[in-house]
Design a protein around this ligand. Structure first.
Ligand SMILES: Cc1cc2nc3c(=O)[nH]c(=O)nc-3n(C[C@H](O)[C@H](O)[C@H](O)COP(=O)(O)O)c2cc1C
Length: 194
């Protein structure tokens, strides 16, 4: 696929077929994406690729915590905005478009909550890639490099006919990933890609 075409056609996919993605394809995607640039060639990324029962287990635990009203507590500061800003307007706009597309009326709180939960369930994707970095690195420093590699993953995935959604929601309750998979304390969970 042509680079411009890939960049233009990438979009966040929030509904997936259940077909498994082969380990071989996932490895190829990550090997290629690792060519992303990084500050002083630190290559600060590590990946956890989760599928099958383990992914479902994390998804169920995430959904349960969301339903119980547990405050989200990701391992790095996620983007926030003031109420009267263009950033808030853009966020509202994307939410409006999604709810319109999904035929979910504004007042239907149950359906809205169910939609929100889907993000915490990795949109029921057959596989998720969790991006980690290392506590030996400064908190914010590696985030730019992580951004470069996550976009590259999404672009390479297109080459294999795979849609992706980069999502904070999947890592809002990081202990669920840590309890299902043995993540060393020296690793920081940054983001997920469904
Ligand atoms: C760092 C980051 C975090 C994101 N987190 C979420 C998320 O938690 N849930 C979600 O549905 N989309 C998430 N997105 C996807 C954005 O909403 C999406 O990229 C944006 O609306 C533009 O749409 P597009 O990707 O289809 O071009 C995230 C994107 C990025 C880059």
């Amino acid at each position: 696929m042509d680079i411009t075409e890939a960049i233009r056609s990438r979009k966040s996919i929030r509904g997936f077929k259940p077909d498994p993605v082969s380990q071989e394809v996932l490895e190829k995607i990550l090997q290629t994406a690792c060519r992303a640039p990084s500050t002083m060639n630190t290559q600060p990324w590590e990946f956890l690729v989760i599928a099958g029962d383990m992914l479902r287990e994390i998804a169920v635990r995430n959904a349960r915590m969301l339903q119980s009203g547990v405050m989200i507590h990701p391992e790095h500061t996620i983007t926030g905005w003031s109420d009267k800003s263009v950033y808030r307007e853009r966020q509202v706009e994307v939410a409006k478009r999604i709810f319109h597309r999904m035929d979910i009326p504004r007042e239907d709180k149950a359906k809205r909550a169910a939609w929100m939960e889907r993000g915490f369930r990795f949109f029921d994707a057959p596989a998720a890639i969790i991006l980690l970095t290392d506590t030996a690195l400064t908190d914010a420093g590696p985030l730019m490099d992580m951004g470069a590699v996550m976009q590259t993953i999404c672009l390479v995935a297109l080459e294999y006919g795979l849609g992706t959604c980069i999502e904070d929601q999947g890592v809002m309750y990081p202990e669920n990933i840590r309890s299902v998979i043995n993540v060393p304390d020296t690793k920081r969970i940054i983001i997920s890609i469904a």
